[in-house]
Design a protein around this ligand. Structure first.
Ligand SMILES: Cc1cc2nc3c(=O)[nH]c(=O)nc-3n(C[C@H](O)[C@H](O)[C@H](O)COP(=O)(O)O)c2cc1C
Length: 514
């Protein structure tokens, strides 16, 4: 099984690290004349418009983030309005901005370079207001396009080796990644961005599903080729990354598996020409699961909670109580979210605000690769600049103990500036949260697919942190980083771990958007 040959991951990870040297010596430039389209367009398929006038869920953002609904025995069938709400607040256009080359259509979830390489598809049985089929979601006109008519859910159930949530789902959303749309700017590092950008989108999707009273979870164990075939993907360009079963039905199982012949549907080319980065195709191939038996074995390896005994002084976290928490709904917060472009470096946040963000975001992602609740692949390390009630310094988040362990005290704004690729954002923010993962045991357990899982989980937690910050009217932004320098900064505690993700939290400078 090629998934077990984890040298493929180490090669990809090491080859796509940022260092001062690699960034200084990169000959890459942005060819704006060849900038890819931000949407996948099927010119020959009629749109099926989704309702835009959606009833508010009324659920507060912080509770929707912190309390994902997990699959249960209770019946929960989405309506067309639920489907529209979940798709729109995950991947819909929330803002529009002119730039010299045209328009940028900003979306509900943060995405590297605003390039939006994650596409969404829906595989559904008959729902109130929607016939069974395989659909593509187009955020540009907020509509679905029918790729295959009929109920194909059993194809997904088999592709996931009868994963319970998928087998009982009235509908499943499939997230795919389109290489070139993001690689135009980020080249081979895009495979990491697939996890990050799919993850931020999933944070919204899980929260909005929960707010809609519908269980949802991330499913990474599936036979890649089966799902790609069902969506008729051209796999040198676009691949399935994650399945999200929505809702739950008991009783009759869906109709049997159906033939899914190639469709050869026309799509509008993204650019005049695209560039293929073999490193990403190899990484994807090496982390693909090839049979139901392999999926079953893979899923049995889900991880249990790991804990680290604290060695240093610990500061207890103090999340806001439910009564103290802001009451804005999840929809309001998603609409207002954006990435902070400039932080006020004279501002501070409170320990309660930071505690609330960590508490909401890191309670465990509902996913087939994690023991629920509470286990996690990524560890969180913080550089605190200005948090009232916390001295500036470097900390480790002791998740189960809900404390911050002091690693070293001091003012590390200059170090944060360097670690965040020489950007002011992590230096001017109040706190920079670094995600590190011990890849060796993760890969030993899950094979190369563990790399996909670690990147995706980081994106979900980071996406939840974005929302939890904006729910409290703070600002936040995802960031990229110098890989090995991050590990070195947090060592010896972080020795052997790999840098996966970075997020800065603070107060936006007044007069700057977000
Ligand atoms: C994982 C991740 C990494 C990011 N890295 C950077 C970065 O290094 N520098 C930066 O200025 N913005 C960064 N961003 C912010 C994106 O540019 C931003 O999300 C995108 O432009 C969309 O805008 P919005 O978040 O305001 O909707 C990052 C976002 C994410 C999700």
């Amino acid at each position: 099984m090629k998934n077990n040959d984890v040298q493929a991951t180490w090669k990809y990870h090491d080859d796509t690290k940022h260092s001062s040297w690699s960034v200084r010596n990169s000959p890459h430039f942005l060819d704006f004349a060849n900038r890819p389209l931000p949407f996948k367009l099927y010119p020959t398929i009629e749109p099926r418009p989704l309702p835009r006038d959606l009833p508010q869920t009324g659920a507060t953002a912080l509770s929707a983030i912190a309390e994902p609904l997990r699959a249960s025995r209770t019946e929960a069938v989405p309506t067309l309005q639920d489907v529209a709400r979940i798709l729109y607040f995950s991947a819909g256009i929330t803002k529009q901005c002119a730039y010299p080359g045209g328009e940028i259509y900003f979306r509900a979830a943060a995405c590297t370079g605003a390039l939006y390489e994650i596409e969404l598809y829906l595989v559904t049985g008959d729902l109130p207001g929607l016939d069974a089929g395989v659909y593509h979601f187009n955020p540009a006109d907020v509509s679905l396009r029918l790729l295959r008519g009929g109920d194909f859910r059993e194809n997904l159930a088999h592709a996931t080796a009868m994963e319970p949530a998928v087998s009982h789902a009235p509908a499943t959303i499939i997230c795919t990644g389109t290489y070139w749309r993001n690689a135009w700017k980020y080249q081979a590092r895009t495979y990491r961005h697939f996890g990050w950008d799919n993850g931020t989108l999933l944070a919204n999707m899980l929260a909005v599903s929960s707010a809609s009273g519908l269980p949802a979870e991330a499913v990474l164990g599936f036979v890649d080729a089966e799902v790609n075939r069902l969506l008729d993907l051209e796999t040198r360009r676009e691949v399935s990354l994650c399945l999200v079963p929505i809702g739950c039905v008991q009783g009759d199982s869906p109709p049997a598996r159906r033939e899914a012949p190639s469709l050869g549907l026309e799509t509008v080319p993204l650019s005049q020409h695209d560039v293929e980065y073999p490193a990403m195709l190899q990484m994807h191939d090496a982390s693909s699961l090839e049979s139901e038996e392999e999926v079953l074995l893979w899923r049995e390896k889900r991880t249990a909670v790991t804990s680290f005994a604290p060695a240093g002084e610990e500061i207890p976290l103090r999340p806001l109580s439910e009564e103290e928490q802001p009451k804005d709904t999840i929809e309001q917060v998603i609409l207002r979210r954006g990435s902070t472009r400039k932080f006020d470096k004279t501002a501070s946040i409170t320990l309660s605000q930071l505690s609330t963000i960590l508490d909401c975001a890191a309670r465990g992602v509902p996913a087939d690769f994690l023991e629920s609740p509470g286990s996690q692949l990524n560890d969180l390390y913080l550089i605190v600049h200005s948090v009232e009630g916390l001295r500036s310094g470097a900390y480790f988040f002791q998740r189960e103990r809900n404390t911050l362990e002091v690693l070293k005290r001091g003012n590390f704004r200059a170090e944060a500036y360097h670690l965040g690729l020489g950007q002011e954002l992590p230096a001017d923010a109040c706190v920079a949260v670094f995600f590190l993962a011990d890849l060796e045991p993760i890969l030993e357990r899950y094979g190369n697919r563990g790399y996909r899982a670690a990147q995706l989980e980081a994106g979900v937690i980071g996406g939840r942190m974005y929302l939890a910050a904006y729910a409290q009217r703070l600002g936040s932004t995802g960031l990229t980083f110098f890989d090995d320098d991050v590990t070195a900064f947090f060592s010896p505690h972080a020795k052997g771990k790999s840098a996966i993700f970075l997020l800065a939290i603070g107060k936006p400078l007044k007069g700057n958007a977000q």
